[in-house]
Write a protein that binds this ligand. Structure first.
Ligand code: MLT
Length: 403
C-alpha cells in the first residue's frame, strides 16, 4: 500500500496564520456586527505604487501583441530585472554581486522553504526562537528534525537559539557545531535587528564551523538606523557562507503580486560542489520562472519615481509602527521592535499566555494579533502586532486598547 511522508504528521495541525484566520472567521460568524481590526498576518494594505502599476499595464499590453508576446521566460529570471537588482540593491551599497548569482522567484516563503532541499537530511539545523514558522516546518517535512517533544515544544534534532528580552533579542551563537543556520534580520516576529558587529560574529561562526547561513532580509527596506546591515554581504567573507533572501512583498506591496529573489554566490561551495549550480539545477527542474508582467512590475521599483513612491508607503507603515509602539507604552505595555521593522513585539500581561491574550484581545477589543508562542517556545508571553494596517484602524486599535 502507498505510504505517505510521515514527517508531515509531525507538523502542527495547521499553519500558524491559517489557525488564526480560522479563529477570526469563527468569531466574526458569531458576532457579525463587530468590526474586527486585523493586525495579525503581516499583509500590506496600501495599493501598489503608480509607477509599478504603469509598468504592469504596459507589460500586459505587450502580452496582447504578437510581436511582443512572451511565453516561458528564463527560470532564473529576466536579465533586465537581475541587472537592476545587482545595481540598485548591491552595487549602490558597495557590494559586488553578479547577475548570475540572482534567482528571481515568486516569494521568500517559497525560497526559504525550498532551499533546504539542497542539503542532506543528516545536517543539524539551528533556528532562532521565536522564528518565522516556514524555516522549521520545511525542515520537519524533509525529516531533518527528529521527533517532537510535547513537554518542551521542541524538536529533538533542532538547535533553538532563544532571542528574548533577557538577551536583548541577540540570539547566542550555538555552543555545538551546526550545519544550517537560519537568520532573519530585521527580525520577524520580534522586529529587532543585529548591528554589523553582531552579524559579523555569525559569519565568523559559519566560517569556523563549515556551516551555511540562510539570511532572510525581507524587511531590509524598513531599516531606519545606521550601522544596521541591509545585506549580510556587507560583512566581509559572507559570500563564502551565506545565501540571502529578499522580497518585493513588504518592500513594494507585492504580497498579492508575488516576486522575490535569492542570492546564491558563486563562492559558496560545499566541498567542490557549487551551490549556485545546484540551486540553478533545482529551479530549472521545479520552477518555470515568475511571470513577465510581474518581473516588469518589479523592474519599475528600480526607478527614481518608483523608489520615491515605495518609500512613501514604507514611511506610512512606519508611522503606524510608531503609533502602535507609543500607544502600547502609554497603556503600560513593554514593547520591542517597530523601529527598523514593521512588527511590534510586546510582553503580554503577567500571568497570561500568548494565546490567552490573543483570545482576550479578539473577544473584548476585536483586535487580531499573533501569539508569540506560535513562533516558538521562547515566544511564549509575547505577542506580535503589525504596522501594515490602515492608519484609521491602527489609531482605532490603540484607542480600544487604551480604554
Ligand atoms: C508574517 O505575518 O509573518 C508574514 O506575512 C509571513 C509571510 O511573509 O509569509
Amino acid at each position: 500500500m502507498i505510504k505517505i511522508n510521515e514527517n508531515y504528521l509531525k507538523l502542527q495541525d495547521s499553519y500558524l496564520f491559517s489557525t488564526i484566520a480560522k479563529k477570526v472567521a469563527d468569531f466574526q460568524a458569531k458576532n457579525p456586527d463587530k468590526k474586527i481590526i486585523k493586525l495579525g498576518i503581516g499583509d500590506v494594505t496600501l495599493p501598489i505604487a503608480p509607477k509599478i502599476i504603469e509598468a504592469i499595464h504596459k507589460a500586459t499590453d505587450e502580452m496582447a501583441k504578437k510581436e511582443t508576446f512572451k511565453g516561458y521566460g528564463p527560470e532564473q529570471g529576466y536579465d533586465f530585472l537581475r541587472e537592476k537588482i545587482v545595481e540598485w540593491d548591491y552595487k549602490k551599497r558597495g557590494i559586488s554581486i553578479e547577475k548570475e548569482e540572482i534567482f528571481i522567484s515568486d516569494g521568500a516563503k517559497c525560497d526559504t522553504g525550498n532551499i533546504q532541499e539542497l542539503f542532506s537530511t543528516d545536517n543539524i539545523i539551528a533556528i532562532t526562537d521565536p522564528v518565522y514558522p516556514v524555516y522549521l516546518d520545511s525542515n520537519v517535512m524533509a525529516g531533518r528534525t527528529g521527533s517532537f517533544d510535547k513537554n518542551t515544544g521542541k524538536f529533538e534534532k533542532v538547535v533553538y537559539m532563544p532571542a528574548t528580552a533577557e538577551n536583548n533579542f541577540e540570539p547566542e551563537l550555538p555552543k555545538e557545531k551546526v550545519d544550517m543556520l537560519y537568520l532573519c534580520f530585521p527580525n520577524n516576529p520580534t522586529g529587532t535587528v543585529l548591528n554589523k558587529e553582531q552579524l559579523t560574529k555569525w559569519v565568523k561562526y559559519a566560517k569556523e564551523n563549515g556551516s551555511i547561513i540562510f539570511f532572510d532580509s525581507a524587511y531590509e527596506a524598513y531599516i531606519s538606523e545606521e550601522n544596521v546591515p541591509h545585506s549580510i554581504y556587507e560583512i566581509e567573507g559572507a559570500k563564502e557562507v551565506a545565501i540571502e533572501f529578499r522580497s518585493f512583498s513588504k518592500t513594494a506591496g507585492f504580497t498579492g503580486v508575488r516576486c522575490a529573489y535569492a542570492v546564491v554566490p558563486k563562492e559558496l561551495k560545499v566541498g567542490e560542489v557549487s551551490l549556485n549550480a545546484l540551486w540553478n539545477r533545482r529551479q530549472c527542474t521545479k520552477f518555470n520562472g515568475v511571470p513577465y508582467i510581474t518581473q516588469k512590475a518589479a523592474e519599475a521599483v528600480y526607478t527614481e519615481e518608483g523608489q520615491k513612491q515605495i518609500k512613501e508607503n514604507i514611511a506610512y507603515y512606519m508611522e503606524n509602527a510608531r503609533i502602535i509602539r507609543e500607544g502600547l507604552e502609554k497603556s503600560g505595555y513593554t514593547v520591542y521592535g517597530g523601529k527598523n521593522a514593521p512588527y511590534i513585539w510586546l510582553k503580554v500581561p503577567e500571568g497570561m499566555t500568548s494565546w490567552e491574550f490573543f483570545d482576550k484581545l479578539l473577544e473584548e477589543k476585536n483586535i487580531v494579533g499573533t501569539p508569540g508562542s506560535g513562533f516558538g517556545p521562547s515566544g511564549e508571553g509575547y505577542f506580535r502586532l503589525t504596522a501594515f494596517g490602515s492608519r484609521e484602524n491602527t489609531i482605532e486599535a490603540m484607542n480600544r486598547i487604551k480604554q
